[in-house]
Design a protein. Structure first.
Length: 312
């Protein structure tokens, strides 16, 4: 019997989707790719394959899971299987350089960014931003990996030459202009089936880790797991959100064969919009969804179920 196979390396992030499959009585398979093999002479099972591999897998001890997933996706696609968020999605997931190039190709403005390998090259690149704030981040990231804010090249030099410096897993550090939002928030737009479903307002007043997953560690900023607080919600769905950028996002996703994603942007004091992240392994915040009555994983489960019916 055909089923929906979920390809991933972190069960905590698939729990909500599995629950929705069971609620909808949809047949599924849990394909955990911490380690494994791919017999290239064999034939894949029938079904739909949903890739949820994460760029931050190495932070959970799964350094080569994306590489293994790349082999699995190539095998599946070679045999003509329906893959949701296939090889191209994985390429963009693990490279912000590729993300920015693709965004710009569709007329979507991104912050000025320089990619550098090597500490000397990082410091040299940062001189372009001398006299203004800038940030560093990892090319293969997720969870805000390597994101640091600097006000001078000297401050960056002190960091790079210290034990605090985080070496990117692929060796590529991005030096990027800092876009300051006057109200200290970013917007994350969610897409299922390549179509916009809702936008989330994310409070950034305390830092850069913006992962909305309920399974994030309790001390990860912006990842509430039910701790009591009287502070305003860090994640709030922006009711009735409309913007011309949505059409461009949908065009870009379609051109890259990406069906499910979260895309983040920030607006500066002049209202200019800068897009800086495409997350093809997007998660959803349950508190924000409960408050709005919109549920991302439910939409994903319905979409995958419909795709499964199309091949049955």
């Amino acid at each position: 019997m055909s089923k929906i196979y979920v390809i991933h390396e972190n069960s905590e992030w698939t729990e909500h989707l599995i629950n929705r499959f069971e609620q909808l009585h949809v047949p599924y398979g849990d394909w955990l790719l911490e380690n494994g093999t791919v017999d290239l002479t064999s034939t894949p099972p029938e079904g739909i394959f949903y890739n949820r591999m994460s760029a931050s897998s190495h932070t959970r001890g799964h350094r080569f899971s994306p590489e293994l997933t790349n082999a699995v996706l190539a095998w599946l696609e070679h045999h003509g299987r329906t893959v949701i968020n296939g090889s191209r999605a994985l390429q963009l997931e693990v490279s912000k350089v590729l993300q920015y190039i693709e965004l710009e190709r569709f007329g979507i403005k991104t912050p000025k960014t320089i990619a550098a390998v090597g500490k000397k090259e990082i410091l040299k690149a940062a001189k372009v931003f001398e006299g203004r704030k800038f940030i560093t981040k990892h090319n293969r990231a997720g969870k805000g990996l390597g994101v640091q804010l600097f006000t001078s090249v000297q401050a960056l030099k002190d960091y790079v030459e210290s034990e605090r410096f985080e070496e990117p897993v692929d060796g590529i550090t991005l030096i990027q202009e800092y876009i300051e939002s006057p109200e200290s928030f970013i917007t994350r737009c969610e897409f299922v089936g390549g179509k916009f479903i809702y936008a989330v307002r994310v409070d950034t007043s305390d830092g850069f880790e913006l992962c909305p997953a309920d399974a994030c560690r309790i001390d990860d900023l912006y990842c509430p797991v039910g701790e009591e607080s009287s502070a305003p919600a860090m994640f709030e769905i922006r009711e009735g959100f409309e913007h011309p950028i949505i059409e461009k996002y949908e065009q870009m996703l379609a051109a890259n064969d990406i069906q499910i994603a979260g895309i983040e942007f920030i607006e500066d004091k002049d209202g200019n919009l800068f897009t800086y992240d495409i997350n093809t392994n997007t998660n959803y915040n349950s508190e924000a969804e409960e408050n709005s009555g919109k549920f991302g994983m439910l939409e994903v489960a319905k979409y995958l179920s419909h795709e499964l019916e199309n091949i049955s």
